[in-house]
Design a protein around this ligand. Structure first.
Ligand SMILES: NC(=O)c1ccc[n+]([C@@H]2O[C@H](COP(=O)([O-])OP(=O)(O)OC[C@H]3O[C@@H](n4cnc5c(N)ncnc54)[C@H](O)[C@@H]3O)[C@@H](O)[C@H]2O)c1
Ligand SMILES: [Zn+2]
Ligand SMILES: [Zn+2]
Length: 366
């Protein structure tokens, strides 16, 4: 057991968000040690803090991160100390039917969503030796991690760590929703409701594939101004506009309607935005157990589709380096998604940035 304690941003049932000292055990078989260099603050962290996704255990938050490999456990062959990596929050088991079929984003064997390492353990303990658990199998709001090698994807060393961090969740999810889940083609129309870090990545992906027009909807005028910079051709205030009526009147319905909030009330309005044959893409994650209702005759009669979207239907080892290469080639301005950069000690302020619905993504640096 390592005796070194590091500050970590922990959510505890009962007492909420606070900074605690945690110890990290060394990497075991199939595991790697990571020096965290940057971590983004995503609404999926906020879902834990708000209680949308209840937890009965203390969790080290943070699941959108990049860093450097500092050590490898027995049997690790794909990574070496010094490698720069993006962390994936959905470490695939590589054995289940979905993994074998090349659909790692649907892995049924992952333990990440149970907030443990693949063997059900945690690498973290507190000063009294009590376990503290890694959110989504990572727990990146601290300076050192142990993760399965399947959760660490090697990227070029010239990729800035802040961009690498956002490739760990929002960018891969948002751009993947466009390219993989929806398969948007040049000239197809789209609406994106909710333009936070994930929705703005959807807008960026739509520009990359040549979608047009691209309608961005948010409640925040500042966010809508950013969406225009990212390639939205039209922006609408979701509180003042009946978006479905607008899409039907001005565009005859859209080919793709992306929701990037996680609001059942908004998700229910997506099919009415669509042209016949169009697809509603559920990127936002609703609270545990949330339900919604749709006009079932309209769905069947108009051939409309509803697509779930976990992690942008991405395979980490393929999609993360691909997006990194597109950025390094000047095709995706991923640096535009980075807003404030704060030290880990300002985690509470970073969550306030997220709640404020202004600007772009806040990055925490240990
Ligand atoms: N599918 C996945 O694998 C995946 C991955 C990452 C995040 N997510 C989910 O995506 C969602 C968005 O994450 P984020 O980090 O971008 O969040 P965010 O808080 O940065 O952005 C949400 C945006 O929605 C806007 N909004 C809220 N209510 C609205 C309404 N009624 N109409 C229009 N706009 C509204 C807000 O102003 C904000 O700009 C979350 O639910 C998150 O958990 C899903
Ligand atoms: Zn996320
Ligand atoms: Zn699997």
């Amino acid at each position: 057991m390592s005796s070194q304690l590091s500050p970590a941003v922990v959510f505890e049932p009962g007492s909420g968000l606070r900074t605690r000292e945690v110890a990290l055990r060394p990497a075991g078989p199939g595991e790697v040690e990571i020096d965290v260099r940057a971590a983004g603050v995503c609404h999926s962290d906020l879902h834990i803090v708000t209680g949308d996704w209840p937890t009965d255990r203390p969790l080290v938050l943070g699941h959108e991160a990049a860093g450097v490999v500092t050590g490898t456990g027995p049997g690790v062959t794909a990574l070496s100390p010094g490698d720069h990596v993006v962390l994936s929050w959905f470490a695939p088991c590589r054995r289940c039917r979905k993994c074998v079929a090349g659909q790692a984003w649907l892995c049924t064997g992952t333990k990440a969503v149970a907030n443990t390492l693949p063997d059900g353990s945690t690498p973290f303990s507190d000063a009294r030796g009590e376990p503290v658990w890694p959110y989504l199998g990572l727990g990146a709001f601290t300076d050192r991690l142990v993760v399965p090698e399947t959760a660490a994807v090697k990227v070029p060393a010239e990729l800035p760590f802040g961009i690498g961090a956002l490739l760990g969740c929002s960018i891969t999810t948002g751009v993947g929703a466009v390219m993989n889940t929806a398969g948007v083609r040049p000239g197809e129309s789209a609406v994106v409701v909710g333009t936070g870090g994930v929705g703005l990545s959807v807008v960026m992906g739509l520009r990359l594939v040549g979608a047009d027009p691209v309608v961005a909807v948010d409640l925040s005028p500042e966010r809508l101004a950013v969406a225009r910079r990212f390639g939205a051709t039209h922006t609408l205030d979701g509180a003042e506009t009946d978006v479905a009526a607008w899409c039907q009147e001005h565009l005859g319905g859209v080919d793709h309607a992306f929701e990037a909030i996680g609001s059942p009330r908004v998700i229910e309005t997506l099919p009415a935005m669509l042209a016949p044959g169009g697809a509603a893409v559920l990127v936002g994650m609703a609270a545990t157990g949330a339900t919604g209702s749709f006009n079932l005759f309209d769905l069947a009669d108009q051939g409309k589709r509803i697509l779930g979207c976990n992690y942008g239907s991405s395979v980490g080892e393929i999609d993360i380096p691909k997006l990194a290469r597109l950025h390094l080639a000047g095709r995706l301005p991923l640096d535009d998604l980075i807003g404030k950069v704060r030290p880990l000690t300002e985690a509470a302020e970073a969550f306030d940035d997220l709640r404020a619905n202004t600007g772009v993504r806040t990055i925490l640096e240990p």
